[in-house]
Design a protein around this ligand. Sequence first.
Ligand code: SF4
Length: 669
Amino acid sequence: MLDTIKNIKTYCNSLTIYSRYKTREVNIGDIPLGGDNPIRIQSMTTTNTMDTIATVEQTIRMVESGCEYVRITAPSKLEAQNLAEIKKELNKRGCKVPLIADIHFTPNAAEIAARIVEKVRVNPGNYADKKKFQSLEYSDTEYNAEIDRIREKFVPLVKVCKEYGTAMRIGTNHGSLSDRIMSRYGDTPLGMVESALEFVRICEDLNYYNIVLSMKASNPKIMVQAYRVLIEKMESEGMSYPLHIGVTEAGGGEDGRIKSALGIGALLEDGIGDTVRVSLTENPEFEAPVAIQLVNRYKNRSEHKPIKPVEEIPYDPYNYTKRHSFEVSGIGGSNVPRVISDLSKQEIKDASDLSVIGYYYNPSTDKWSMNDSAPDMIYLGNKELPFDIPSGLKAIYGFEFWKQLEDKSKGYPLFYASEYSKAESKSDILNLVSIYLDDLNKNLIEKIKNDKAVVLVLETNNIHGMPEQRRAFMELLLQKIENPVIIKRTYSDISIDDLRLYSSTDLGALLIDGFGDGVWVNTKNIQFDSSQNKDNIYVKNYTKNSEKIEKVINRILFGILQAARVRISKTEYIACPSCGRTLFDLQETTDMIRKRTEHLKGVKIAIMGCIVNGPGEMADADYGYVGSGVGKISLYRGKEIVKRNIKSENAVDSLIELIKEDNNWIEPA
Ligand code: SF4
């Protein structure tokens, strides 16, 4: 992609100093967005837009939970007109929150809504196009004729927005690019950007600039790249529109939060984003608290310890390429990133204690079994276990402790950088060396560079930690050091909710840039009761107080690897957040499908509320379960519809039959 984007500077102000990427200010009712304004929080209702009272009451709950803007779907003229009733009732109840009409396929609804609400959202993939999933070839003349056709349909809306002072979000979705864009750019980040810019150029021709842009995808890697490309392209065309950021169809529960934090957090770390929407398959009042938790992390970020600047970016931030590393004892090279479970502070009395991290010992057969999210290594610090651990699981000890072990083959040492330089006793197979960016001096570099038994454990104590660790990766690339690197983060005195979001951001942002051969999270004093967020009744706690911290961390680490799509250990669910178009109870249905399919490692299942948008937005799912009428479901294999309008009572069984037909089914253990 680098060849197609000229004059690459960077996509943010700095890769090493935290600072907000500045965009122009756009007025949305009384709450301006972009410029020097704080990062705004928003979400979308899930009620039927024709049900005025339900929509008003849900909107009020969303405002109480922290939403500064509320989006409501307007699938047809009727709903668009009803926005006036909703607004009236909200005003009556003292709620002045700016409303946003969500439009797909229906220009006439958009033109009505733009006269009522403060902002309209259009999807450039379907505003003037019906997606046919055809790979058409467009000549330049045909392509330009298509743009003229769009202009004709879109100009009336721009004129209404200008007249009424209504803002507009041009929001691209990776899954719903038009056939025209697909034919020229494919479903790439550049295609997503071009899809929006075609519409922006029409707005600018009419001197309309009250625009917000978004580039959403359910794959955080694609989503992050698309925002980066968008900024490059905006800079090159003299644009500076505020950015609405979010991961679409992130699903719900812990996985939905991990996926959202990974994509949104990766951008926030670089100062990108003017408003955040977290999209969960849950009631919308549970979304804003997650967005607030993510955004609040940057309040004092600019006070961070300085990070050595970088003059040359030795990797391509617009295209995923995994950093090349050599293999050391199954770590690095072409192996999936490894997971380290830190058991150094846990009391482990017998083999059954390893079950919390997915290793199960059967005394009658003297055999171990493991689940798909069992770690590859355990860090034991200064203690030996009173039993033999499963073969294949590596034990890591502090160097001083390992040095005194009679049988050194029982595990491998972890050195501080200073210890490693002087150590006389080392493992012939695997030595882990803990380093910080500042340790990467000439002396250490010479020592580790040619040592094929060294795996680096990269740490940070900078509050701008991800960029400091990324800077260390850049240094390794510039110095041509190819030892594998395990990314380690330590978190203390935070809630388990914050731990989940912060670790997903910090580790995930590096993984989606191709950095990291393993992940390790260490914690001190983590609060399980969400007491830090007790002021917001809409904060959902996904962790039971009785759960062991090492179990939760292990699950989060595998979740992060899955969300970054670098190690698949479970079924992936791409579930829409639901809205006024939804034709069934998405949360209930997703839970039902999850219960029956969660053992199908690597299979991607999309659960989408409506046939209008669902199929277009299922991204790269293997199977789609899509609402196609009241009590009716259509099933998809990839983008192809294979069963139409089956009764919802039989739909999950039919989905499983379909998976079986494709030989993708295994019986649950
Ligand atoms: S796919 Fe889901 S969120 Fe999107 S329009 Fe349909 S029901 Fe609404």
